[in-house]
Design a protein around this ligand. Sequence first.
Ligand SMILES: Cc1ncc(C[n+]2csc(CCOP(=O)(O)OP(=O)(O)O)c2C)c(N)n1
Ligand SMILES: [Mg+2]
Length: 399
Amino acid sequence: MLDGQAALGGALDPPTAPASAGHETGEPEFVQLLTPDGKRLTHPEYDVEFTDDELRDLYRDMVVVRRLDAEGTALQRQGELALWASLSGQEAAQVGSGRALRPQDMVFPTYREHGVLYCRGIDPIKPFVLFRGVAHGGIDPNEHKFNMYTIVVGAQTLHATGYAMGVALDGKVGGDDGEAVLAYFGDGASSQGDVNESFVWASVFQAPIVFFCQNNQYAISTPVERQTRRALVHRASGFGFPGVRVDGNDVLACYAVTRRALDEARHGQGPYLIEACTYRMGPHTTSDDPTRYRTASEVETWQGRDPILRLRRHLESRGLADDAFFDEVAADAARQAVELRERVLAMPDPQPMDMFNHVYVEGSPDLEAQREEFARYLAAFASEGPAMAAEQTGGGRHR
Ligand SMILES: Cc1ncc(C[n+]2csc(CCOP(=O)(O)OP(=O)(O)O)c2C)c(N)n1
Ligand SMILES: [Mg+2]
C-alpha cells in the first residue's frame, strides 16, 4: 500500500465499476444520458440538470465545430493547408468535456482538439495557422488556459502531470476555486510509455489531473483491439485512481463525467481517467485513406450514433427548438466558416528569414552564422527572381 493511501479513503475506488466494459464481452457499459434516438436517461452518480438554453448552446457548439472542421478538410484538399486532423464524429466528447471546464482549469490537447479550443474561447484560426505552416501555432497557454497542440503522441500527458503536480505544490487545490488539469489523449496513445508514466506520477502524488481518453477506435490504421484486451478504463484501477467509461457521442454524459472528475481533482481527490467511446468518422488526417482498413458498414453503424443528431432529436421531442432555430444555427455556422476561410486565405506567407527570429531570446553565435549562411543562399537566387527563391525555400507551396 502506498503511504497515505488510507487517508485518501474511497478516492482510490472507482465510483462505478464498469463491470463488463471490454471488447471481449460485446456491448460496452458506459455512462449515457442521451440515447442515439434522443431519449434522456438519468444516472445515479453522473448527472447534471441542463437548462433549455444550455442544451441549445451545446447543440450550437457542436454544429459550429463540425462546420469549421469541414472547412479545414476542404482547405487542405484545395491545397491551402499542408494537413488537417479532423474532429468529425468527436464533437460530443470535445464540446462536452470542453464546456465542463471551469475558467481556472488548464488544458493539454493533442492535435485534434479543435472543439475544445473553440470552447475555451480561442480564435478558431489558431490550428489553421499551424496546419498552413505559417507559424508554429504558438499561443500563450496562460491566456485561455490551453496549451499548444502536441503532435508527439502521448507527450502532453507528461507535461500535464508535471503541471498538475506544480498546481498542488502551489497549494491551488482543495476548494471550489481549485485548479484542475484536463489532459487529452487517444486510444493509441494509451500504449505509450509517456502515458503510463504519467499515470504513475499523477497517482502517487495525487495530482489534480483528469486524463480524458478519446477512444475513437483507431490509431491511424491500428484498431483499439491492438492496444488492449480489456476496456481502457480498467487501466485506472491498476494505477490507483478512479475511472469511468462514457458514451463519447453523448454530449450530456461527457459533460457530466468531466465536470465530476474535474471537481474531484480540484478538491484534492487526485487523478481520474475518463474513457470516452467515440468514433473518428473521417480519415486520421488528410494524408490517410481509412477505406483501406475499415468497412463501410462499421462507419454506417457509427453514423447511427451521431452526436449532433441525437441532441437535435431530443430538442425536437421536447419542443425546445424548431426548424427556425436549426436553420439559424446552420446559417451561423456557415457564416463563421466563410469568415474563417477568408482569414486563412489572407494569411501572409512567412518570410524565410523569420525562422531565425524567435529561437533564442538573445541569439547565439551559431544562430548568427546560420542566419548569414541562409541569407547568402537566398541571395544566390536573386538573379532568377523572387518566384524561384520562394520555391527553393518552400514559400508559396500552397498555390
Ligand atoms: C511518439 C509518436 N509516435 C508516432 C507518431 C505518429 N502518429 C501520429 S498520430 C498517431 C496515432 C495516434 O492515435 P491515437 O492516440 O488513438 O489518437 P487519434 O489520432 O486517433 O486521435 C501516430 C502513431 C507520433 N506523432 N508520435
Ligand atoms: Mg485513436
